[in-house]
Design a protein around this ligand. Structure first.
Ligand code: C5P
Length: 239
């Protein structure tokens, strides 16, 4: 498939058209932002790690029956994906309290939640992706009731599949963000699953292996991203 003009440039990715209107090429960049763009920087090699980690996990999810936009990895930084219409709702799945949940509700970081928590945010940079509930989603016609039911069900299944898988490489899945899109009338998983969009803690040491190292200036950012890739690739034969 031929790579054509750039359609979009986001904080961490560029998207290019192809000669087939049903497919686009995603290119992962090393640029990193946090706190709604207030903090900016570069994480050397991040684009390569996120491309490979995300593709690995999307293939795992496909094997477990979750429909995703993934088609084919083209090279270290580029992947062919289905061109979806993104549903402007970010889904956050939480197993252990951290980040904004700890801050908002006063639950100490690291506290295991009695049940998995699902949160929805309205995907809107100008507003800073505010949290919304199902009533807001229907009132603003961001998604239908059927779509939200499907998104919630898929998100919980993704959580189960990824949590179980990551435990084998000694990674605890603390929380993560998912995005979904419409393709041929179906809701499928889109965007990425990577150390940019998940909190990964080493199960033995509690060490953070994700973007919090960048957000909180903890150092060893590149090493943490590489460590996640190495652990997953060590397991790739067992996918
Ligand atoms: O910041 P907060 O605690 O709400 O983040 C929860 C999870 O969602 C984290 O894993 C974070 O990396 C991810 N997230 C994201 N993109 C956003 C907001 C949160 O990937 N815009």
């Amino acid at each position: 498939m031929k790579k054509l003009q750039q359609l979009y440039e986001g904080k961490a990715k560029k998207v290019y058209a192809t000669d087939d209107p049903n497919y686009v090429i995603v290119e992962y960049k090393d640029d990193a932002t946090a706190f709604n763009g207030l903090k900016r920087g570069t994480i050397a090699g991040k684009g390569v790690v996120n491309n490979k980690v995300s593709n690995h996990l999307f293939q795992l999810l496909e094997k477990h029956g979750i429909p995703t936009h993934y088609v084919q990895e083209l090279n270290d930084r580029e992947t062919l994906v289905k061109k979806v219409q993104i549903i402007p709702v970010e889904v956050i799945v939480r197993n252990i309290a951290a980040g904004s949940l700890s801050k908002r509700l006063g639950i100490p970081e690291g506290t295991r939640l009695k049940t998995t928590v699902l949160e929805y945010c309205y995907k809107n940079d100008e507003l800073g992706d505010p949290m919304v509930n199902e009533y807001h989603i229907y009132a603003m016609e961001l998604a239908t009731k059927e779509e939200v039911a499907r998104i919630a069900d898929m998100s919980l299944r993704v959580n189960q599949i990824l949590s179980d898988y990551l435990k084998y490489v000694n990674v605890e899945l603390i929380d993560f963000k998912l995005e979904f899109g419409r393709f041929n009338g179906e809701v499928i998983l889109a965007d990425e699953i990577s150390p940019d969009t998940c909190r990964f803690w080493d199960t033995r040491t509690g060490e953070k292996l994700d973007k919090d190292r960048f957000r909180r200036d903890m150092g060893k950012v590149e090493e943490a991203y590489q460590e996640i890739l190495n652990r997953l690739m060590g397991k790739s034969a067992e996918l």
